[in-house]
Design a protein around this ligand. Structure first.
Ligand SMILES: *Cc1c(COP(=O)(O)O)cnc(C)c1O
Length: 404
């Protein structure tokens, strides 16, 4: 028994609203509860389980490394870390990588590096990071200050300063915010928590030009949209531009806690010994798993498969939106990072989908997120599409009268 009627008082801090489901095992896109009921996982632990659950290659990498060496700290050289950094750099704009354990830490590390870059280059006054309304960069104080979501900062005392939010994706409005204290711009190429908003290739290109013009840094938060989620290894590749620095996490570990800051050599080399650190960051276990995730995502045809599955899902969803205008208002996002704009409260739809044995995630702006594993196949996609149709029928029944 769990939940408010539980005879046992839970010892977990009440910081989450949890569904009363307990999973015992996972296989591919499917999760099985302790009662033996099966759920199709279109949340993927919030864009984390890139290759679904219990992927043989990840299980192998993890267990093999677990028998050899788990952790040594960054007091020593770590070949598994070198190997993952090399693969990341060979397949991106980056030349240097710093490893940590989560998205918030990666965003925080990116912010620190952006400021340090200017300080090292004789401009310690350049500290301000400009971010965007609806952004999410994690739950550390600096990441919260960067995102500027008042609700998340409430009650936590003074927030770090040096952050400014641009209210919309408008280049002129953004340029007006740039001054002598600006260190750079911080953006998710596809906003996740904020409502699955793809900022678009034109805007990303305009950002690159603006940063070059003002000699400030462009920092991408690809914690959610990176590692193949949009059908490219990194979402910004669709715009054919590169950032100076980028935070990744979630998908790179495939379920193992792993994050990283990726940077050009010019920017990343300012982080000299003593400037930054992480005890666990880049440990052999996490890096072996990260390398196995990346090897799989980089296999011939994998990203094309993501793109094909995204087209397939989006075609069906477009039809479902059309047929259920009383429930859905539109479709958003990029690749297998799908947002459904909801008419009825999004969490009601999450519940209705769960009752149809499909797991999904809510997002800002009354949006529903679908984040299937990237190696999803058509039969599972069809099962999900049928579940969404079942949920629409069920919602229509409960809303009879107030939906028209
Ligand atoms: C989830 C997320 C984070 C924070 O990641 P954690 O691992 O929860 O700290 C940061 N940025 C983006 C874009 C995210 O989606």
């Amino acid at each position: 028994m769990s939940g408010p009627d539980s005879p046992l008082k839970s010892h977990i801090m009440p910081s989450y609203n949890r569904a009363s489901l307990r999973f015992a095992s996972g296989d591919g896109a499917w999760l099985t509860t302790t009662d033996g009921e099966k759920y199709l996982d279109f949340g993927s632990g919030v864009a984390v389980n890139t290759l679904g659950h219990s992927h043989p290659k990840l299980v192998h990498a993890m267990t093999e490394q677990a028998q050899k060496l788990w952790h040594v700290s960054n007091l020593y050289e770590i070949p598994e870390q070198e190997a993952l950094a090399t693969t990341l750099c060979q397949n991106s704009f980056a030349e240097l990588v710093f490893f940590n354990n989560s998205g918030a830490e990666a965003a925080e590390g990116m912010i620190k590096t952006m400021r340090k870059y200017h300080a090292t280059n004789g401009h310690p006054e350049k500290v301000t990071l400009i971010s965007f309304a609806g952004a999410f960069h994690g739950r550390t104080l600096a990441a919260l200050a960067a995102a500027g979501n008042e609700a998340y900062l409430e009650g936590f005392g003074p927030a770090p300063t040096g952050f400014v939010q641009c209210p919309s994706f408008d280049i002129e409005q953004l340029e007006a915010l740039i001054d002598d204290t600006t260190a750079g711009i911080l953006i998710e190429p596809v906003q996740g928590e904020g409502g699955v908003r793809d900022v678009g290739t034109d805007f990303l290109r305009a950002l690159r030009a603006l940063c070059d013009k003002h000699d400030i840094l462009l920092g991408f938060d690809e914690v959610q949209c990176g590692i193949g989620r949009t059908g490219k290894l990194f979402a910004h590749e669709w715009a054919d531009i590169t950032p100076d620095i980028m935070a990744i996490a979630k998908g790179i570990g495939g379920g193992f806690p792993l994050g990283a800051v990726l940077a050009t050599r010019e920017v990343g080399s300012v982080m000299q010994p003593g400037t930054h650190g992480s005890t666990y960051g880049g440990n052999p276990l996490g890096c072996r798993v990260g390398s196995a995730v990346l090897e799989t995502v980089l296999e011939d045809g994998f990203l094309e498969h993501v793109q094909d599955m995204a087209v397939y899902l989006r075609q069906h969803l477009a039809r479902i939106v059309d047929e259920n205008r009383d429930i859905f208002a539109g479709l958003r996002g990029s690749g297998l990072m799908v947002g459904l704009e909801c008419v009825v409260p999004n969490m009601e739809i999450v519940t209705a989908l769960r009752e149809a044995n499909l797991l999904s995630v809510g997002a800002g702006e009354n949006t529903l997120r679908l984040l299937p594993p990237l190696n999803i196949e058509k039969p599972d996609m069809d099962t999900a599409i049928a579940a969404i149709e079942t949920a629409c029928e069920a919602l229509r029944k409960t809303h009879q009268g107030d939906l028209s």
